[in-house]
Design a protein around this ligand. Structure first.
Ligand code: ADP
Length: 669
């Protein structure tokens, strides 16, 4: 049979489905020839074919079906095209329990159906699919039909893709939340300008004592946090889009007993932007580092106490050393150089010097670790500093009969540095060479220039150093094979101090050794002053006139032995053991120099110095104290002392001080 095609105006257009409808044999259907269809059906079919929006019609009690091209996309090959003209229940048997009652409601005249993102699983494209629809079932008015409802117009949008995307996003979000919730760091998201909590993970909630923060702005959720300036910080990140990182930031938080306690947090505030790049919130992520910060603080406190202890220890050790040193100097002065007492005096002096050196090392370390080491920079000759070091070490281990030679390739090498500290560094290296070289060995010191550096090599024929230890020995408290080194004394401090001091001069120190038993070389390299001007000659030493000196010290041994020394040097001395007697002595007599201990039983030395300074601004008052750190010296100067000597005072140091001070004094007269 040749199919006829209906050419009614109301069936025109409508794309593929328009064609199907025109080609359909309506005469053979319960609807009959389209020209006889009720007007309302014609109007609705016309509307459907003109629209690109997916539409579907069930008409009449048998629910005969129409649909347009827009709807075509949502229907699989199982139903298309024979769904056209088919009876509703026949076509949708599998979902009839869902849609049947809804259609029935509309047909009954009980009103429209509106469903949003409604799941209606259908078989299409060979499988049962979860399909989501947003649709209306609206009655098509027909006055001739029962309930005046001729059929149902379905205007539908398939929202499956949208819903699936939403589901995917939710799944993804849930996955992230799951991941975040297990994170050891705390996390939350604060949305909008009021920083409203949208999400907080377990760690975050624990941090805020499980308070109910979600969906509340920070100001309300955690008022104490807001008040501490974190609100302002968040405002700033929100306004500028610049993330903010805080390290070990203290924050006071309420605990579950409503008590505030301080925590330390590392955290980052990161702006969250929407797809157009606008800031919509802030992601907070961080760690509670309270335990770490507290343990660091404890360590710092312990370190500070250790430094204080070392300084105190050095002071206490220095006090008894002062009279011993004075006594040894006295013995040397009054004894015949061939006598036993001279030899004993010499021995005591050397041991005291060694002890003093150890204490100095300890103090130096505590100063370095407290960042208190200050250099007094001047232009100096490396040759002179080395000679000074050699002189100072000359007698340290005479029994070893070491042969020490100094080879100076250039005596004009000058550096900017602290003479005392550099000389002390050379002394440390030379003394080490002596300690670690067996009897009869050789120590060679060589000064030469390499490019723009002055290089001091101290080479010994001693025990040598294994290659892996060449760098390690510069670390604090490192000693190689303690069993041997203990017998050689030392604390494993010297080289670390030397390294620091040399570095503070812009220089380096390096150790090299061909191997165990084959000696070592320590090379100190310092940047030279490269100007061609010769150094100004050091001023001639002044000869010292006999001075009237008052010694004030409650340690009677220290006071008396110092007085004896000064007398042997030709000076006139007076000794008092407390502040009150010192004032009596000063009222009775004028002194060129007053050597004043600081820790006195009645009046402290600082007060005495200030009082003396107030009465007589020209009086020379020198502090003689066991405290020898930079700040002690500064404190003494601030109190009015002219200068400061650290116990035990060496004869040459005392002599130098007196020359400098009294020379100064006399010039001013
Ligand atoms: P100390 O000598 O007080 O132990 P140092 O810091 O001065 O401490 O030296 C660290 C270690 O380096 C020493 O214990 C020693 O093992 C090694 N050392 C230093 N100088 C020499 C040297 N000239 N020869 C061999 N070993 C040395």
């Amino acid at each position: 049979m040749i199919k006829m095609s209906y050419a009614h105006n109301f069936l025109s257009g409508g794309g593929e489905m328009g064609q199907y409808i025109r080609d359909y044999d309506w005469d053979a259907s319960p609807l009959g020839n389209p020209s006889n269809w009720p007007q309302s059906l014609k109007t609705t079919v016309r509307l459907m074919l003109s629209s690109s929006h997916p539409m579907f019609i069930w008409w009449g009690p048998k629910l005969i079906q129409f649909y347009n091209d827009g709807y075509r996309a949502s229907i699989g090959s199982e139903r298309h095209p024979h769904a056209l003209g088919q009876l509703g229940q026949e076509c949708w048997a599998e979902i009839w329990p869902i849609i049947g009652p809804q259609i029935e409601q509309v047909m009954r005249g009980a009103g429209s159906i509106w469903q949003e993102d409604h799941l209606v699983p259908i078989t299409r494209n060979g499988q049962l699919e979860d399909v989501y629809w947003t649709y209306t079932y609206d009655p098509i008015y027909d006055e001739t039909a029962p309930n005046e409802v001729g059929g149902v117009l379905v205007i539908v949008t398939e929202t499956t893709d949208h819903i699936k995307l939403q589901q995917k996003q939710r799944l993804e979000e849930a996955r992230w939340r799951d991941l975040f919730s297990k994170s050891p760091s705390f996390m939350c998201t604060l949305m909008g300008p009021e920083h409203e909590f949208q999400y907080a993970n377990q760690r975050y909630l624990e941090l805020v004592a499980n308070r109910d923060v979600l969906n509340k702005p920070l100001r309300e959720a955690l008022p104490e946090v807001f008040k501490q300036g974190f609100g302002d910080l968040l405002d700033q990140v929100y306004a500028t889009g610049q993330s903010h990182t805080g390290i070990a930031v203290p924050i006071s938080l309420m605990d579950s007993n409503d008590e505030e306690h301080v925590l330390y947090l590392d955290f980052v505030y990161q702006p969250i932007r929407n797809s157009s790049g606008e800031i919509i919130g802030i992601f907070v992520n961080g760690y509670d580092v309270t335990a770490r910060v507290l343990s660091e603080q404890r360590l710092e406190e312990q370190d500070r106490r250790k430094d204080e202890f070392i300084a105190m220890l050095a002071h206490e050790l220095r006090n008894p050393l002062a009279p011993i040193r004075n006594a040894s100097e006295l013995l040397l002065k009054i004894s015949d150089t061939t006598s036993t007492s001279y030899a004993l005096g010499d021995l005591i002096k050397r041991q005291v010097t060694q002890l003093t050196r150890l204490i100095d090392d300890l103090l130096e370390v505590s100063r370095i670790s407290q960042g208190l080491l200050k250099l007094q920079m001047e232009e100096l000759s490396l040759d002179e500093a080395i000679k000074f070091a050699i002189e100072s070490t000359g007698n340290i281990i005479p029994e070893k009969k070491l042969l020490l030679t100094y080879d100076c390739a250039d005596s004009n090498l000058r550096v900017r540095g602290d003479f005392a500290r550099l000389a002390q560094s050379f002394i440390n290296i030379i003394v080490n060479a002596m300690k670690y070289t067996e009897e009869g060995g050789r120590i060679t010191i060589r000064l030469h220039r390499e490019h723009d550096d002055g290089v001091v090599d101290v080479t010994d024929t001693g025990i040598g150093i294994e290659a892996p230890l060449l760098n390690k020995i510069f670390e604090l408290f490192v000693q190689v094979d303690n069993s041997i080194d203990r017998s050689r004394g030392g604390l494993g401090i010297g080289l670390s101090v030397v390294k620091t001091i040399v570095a503070m001069h812009g220089g380096t120190i390096k150790a090299s050794s061909p191997g165990l038993g084959m000696g070592s070389t320590f090379s100190i390299r310092l940047p030279l002053i490269l100007s061609d001007f010769p150094m100004a000659n050091a001023p001639e030493k002044q000869s010292l006139l006999p001075l009237a000196i008052l010694i004030v010290d409650d340690n009677k041994d220290a006071a008396n032995s110092l007085a004896l020394l000064l007398q042997i040097m030709g000076h006139n001395t007076r000794v008092t053991y407390n502040g009150k007697d010192a004032f009596t002595a000063m009222n009775a007599q004028t002194f060129d120099v007053i050597l004043l201990d600081i820790g006195l039983p009645d009046i402290d030395g600082y007060k005495i110095a200030s009082a003396i300074r107030a009465q007589n601004p020209d009086q020379i008052v020198v502090a003689v104290s066991g405290y020898g750190q930079a700040e002690d010296i500064q404190k003494a100067k601030a109190a009015g002392f002219s200068d400061h000597l650290t116990k035990p005072v060496s004869l040459s140091e005392l002599e130098n001080k007196l020359v400098n001070l009294t020379g100064h004094y006399k010039n001013r007269q």
